[in-house]
Design a binder for this molecule. Structure first.
Ligand SMILES: C/C=C/C(=O)SCCNC(=O)CCNC(=O)[C@H](O)C(C)(C)COP(=O)(O)OP(=O)(O)OC[C@H]1O[C@@H](n2cnc3c(N)ncnc32)[C@H](O)[C@@H]1OP(=O)(O)O
Length: 257
């Protein structure tokens, strides 16, 4: 089975993450996302992309189990940059991307959703950046994109406590476009996608270019700094402890080293 399924239908490209149970963003999945974006661009028929997750969650973030086999030599900074680059490409696509979020969008899962242009979320979904609970920090652009959506005060709280917010709260804060019941997610997302797909492609492409110019230049600088910090923190003893504790399903014992 493919871990990222692409289905093109009536000018809508549906990308479904199929990597249960967590739909973790493994390095294979990120590579697959690049390939699927290549195909969408080559075919050049889609006017909108929908990203969703199969099973219980949208995505629980980077594959924490893969972290233990990440060799220091391969560079933790470049691990972060690889994800950042894919998400940068997604954000700068010439067609809009909608994330349909249910269950959980945590860590890299929320960073993926924040790189999309619109988000529809279920009421009870959990959205957050829990990386600090693992002794690491967000590395796929989350430190830079979250404050732009929810404001500084809430971003500090969400990142420093690692506590997720509900779909309802995400809507109140302006992080998502719409909050819906679990049953309505597919229909509401399709309705939005269809409305966009009924527009003329050249005007969609021009608008995507113009709206991309509304992003400030600091974002790119901040994302670069984030990868450097990610590399530094990931090499710490507390990062090893945090990841090991997650795998062993216990509380981490951080030593501030
Ligand atoms: C640069 C980017 C960095 C990052 O993204 S770091 C990762 C940030 N994400 C997280 O910290 C989220 C971690 N996961 C969770 O908090 C919870 O899980 C959930 C809330 C998503 C779900 O909780 P529940 O319903 O109680 O299920 P469960 O037993 O915890 O998880 C089911 C299985 O999924 C595995 N899993 C969950 N998240 C990840 C992940 N991010 N990477 C790899 N595996 C994951 C678990 O270990 C377990 O597996 P098993 O059944 O073998 O015990």
């Amino acid at each position: 089975m493919e871990i990222l399924n692409l289905e093109l239908n009536n000018h809508i490209a549906y990308l479904t993450i199929q990597s249960p149970p967590a739909n973790a963003l493994s390095s294979n999945l990120l590579q697959e996302l690049e390939l699927k974006l290549d195909r969408i661009e080559e075919e050049n028929t889609a006017k909108v992309v929908v990203i969703k997750g199969e099973g219980k969650f949208f995505s629980a973030g980077a594959d924490i189990k893969e972290f233990t086999s990440l060799q220091e030599a391969t560079g933790y900074q470049s691990f972060s940059e690889k994800g950042q680059n894919v998400f940068h490409r997604l954000e700068n696509l010439s067609i809009p991307v909608i994330a349909a979020i249910h269950g959980a969008a945590l860590g890299g899962g929320l960073e993926l959703a924040m790189s999309c242009h619109m988000r529809i979320v279920t009421e009870n979904a959990k959205l957050g950046l829990p990386e600090l609970t693992l002794g690491i920090i967000p590395g796929y652009g989350g430190t830079q994109r979250l404050p732009r959506y929810v404001g500084n005060a809430k971003a500090y709280e969400m990142i420093l406590t690692g506590t997720p917010i509900s779909g309802n709260d995400a809507f109140s804060l302006g992080l998502v476009n719409k909050v819906v019941t679990e049953d309505a997610l597919v229909n509401e997302t399709n309705n939005l996608a269809k409305k966009i797909a009924s527009m003329s492609k050249p005007s969609i492409n021009e608008i995507m270019h113009l709206l991309s110019l509304s992003r400030d230049e600091q974002l790119e600088r901040g994302v670069k700094e984030e990868a450097i910090s990610f590399g530094r923190v990931f090499a710490s003893e507390d990062a090893k402890e945090g990841v090991q504790a997650f795998i062993e399903k216990r509380k981490p014992n951080f030593r501030d080293k």
